[in-house]
Ligand binder design. Structure first.
Ligand code: CP
Length: 306
């Protein structure tokens, strides 16, 4: 039995197979409509979510399976003090697979050690968000045609943004990737990612504050929101929240074939006027999220479709 805690849990070859499967699902959804008949997915969300929870649920429904779960800690027995370990022991009796989001780093990992069903990390604190990374990789591969030879700018809250942490780890396994980290001083990418992932592997990267200075060199611009829920004080959040606002004027500096990605939700960091730009890929990214979660469920449940 396999769990998914980090995008690195899959080898490059396994990731290729998963993304190929997601591509086949996109082209032939009817082939997979009954692949999980009789199977049950539990979504255990101790933290708010729209996309991740609902795309997991849509994915299982598209596969013919059933879903149940909770969408906040307050509506579960966590509110009475039940531990994650005890909860997952219960859920193992009810479901075939589960997706868990938790505000504490490592909570899904703890669950996986006592679970008798596959556990998927659907986001743990400021740590990792591997299924967003699978979504991002599928989006990049589908829209740019490759996962290597790319200059990717990551912009915004690089300190708390778990999607950025997971994506950097995942892309650092491919050839000729150059990272450009665009953030205010206070929201820089954590030192442990620079040291353990980039410097240890001699990966080129640079850190800048002004998006305009690097826009012309980017193949991908990955925008992120400032993560209000992880700030210790509201004043800092208010000071930093509108540091970056991508608009049509800034988009004029970009390559014709650059794509703009965002894990969403967006707050103010991308002006709605950019939505009409053909390079805006963030809503297409959401659709890829359903295909890749369908592929992930099939892979972890070891369901083969001929
Ligand atoms: N991208 C993402 O994780 O969105 P949600 O918080 O809505 O799940």
């Amino acid at each position: 039995m396999r769990h998914l805690m980090s995008p690195l849990d899959f080898s490059i070859e396994e990731l290729d197979q998963l993304l190929d499967l997601a591509g086949d699902i996109e082209r032939h959804p009817e082939k997979y409509a009954h692949a999980c008949d009789g199977k049950k997915l539990a979504t255990l969300f101790y933290e708010p979510s729209t996309r991740t929870r609902l795309s997991f649920e849509a994915a299982m429904i598209n596969l013919g399976g059933n879903i149940f779960g909770f969408s906040s800690a307050a509506s579960s027995s966590a509110a009475k003090g039940e531990s994650v370990s005890d909860t997952i022991r219960m859920i193992s009796c009810y479901a075939d697979i589960c997706a868990m989001r938790h505000p504490k780093e490592g909570a899904p990992m703890v669950a996986s050690t006592v679970s008798s069903i596959p556990v998927i990390n659907a986001g743990d604190g400021g740590h990792q968000h591997p299924t967003q990374t699978l979504t991002d990789l599928l989006t990049i591969r589908s829209l740019k045609g490759r996962l290597d030879n790319l200059v990717i700018g990551l912009c915004g809250d690089l300190k708390f943004g778990r999607t950025v942490h997971s994506l950097v780890r995942a892309l650092a396994r491919y050839q000729n990737i150059k990272f450009v980290f665009i953030s205010p001083e206070e929201l820089r990418i954590p030192g442990y990612i620079k040291e353990d992932v980039l410097e240890a592997n001699h990966f080129p990267y640079k850190e800048v504050e002004r998006i305009e200075d690097v826009m012309p060199e980017l193949d991908i611009l990955y925008m992120t929101r400032v993560q209000r829920e992880r700030f210790f004080n509201e004043e800092d959040y208010i000071r930093l929240k509108d540091f970056y606002i991508l608009n049509n004027k800034k988009m004029k500096l970009a390559k014709e074939d650059m794509i703009v990605m965002h894990p969403l939700p967006r707050v103010n960091e991308i002006s709605v006027e950019v939505d009409k730009d053909p390079r805006a890929a963030y809503f297409r990214q959401v659709q890829y999220g359903v295909y890749v979660r369908m592929a992930l469920i099939l892979t972890l449940l070891e369901v083969k479709v001929c």
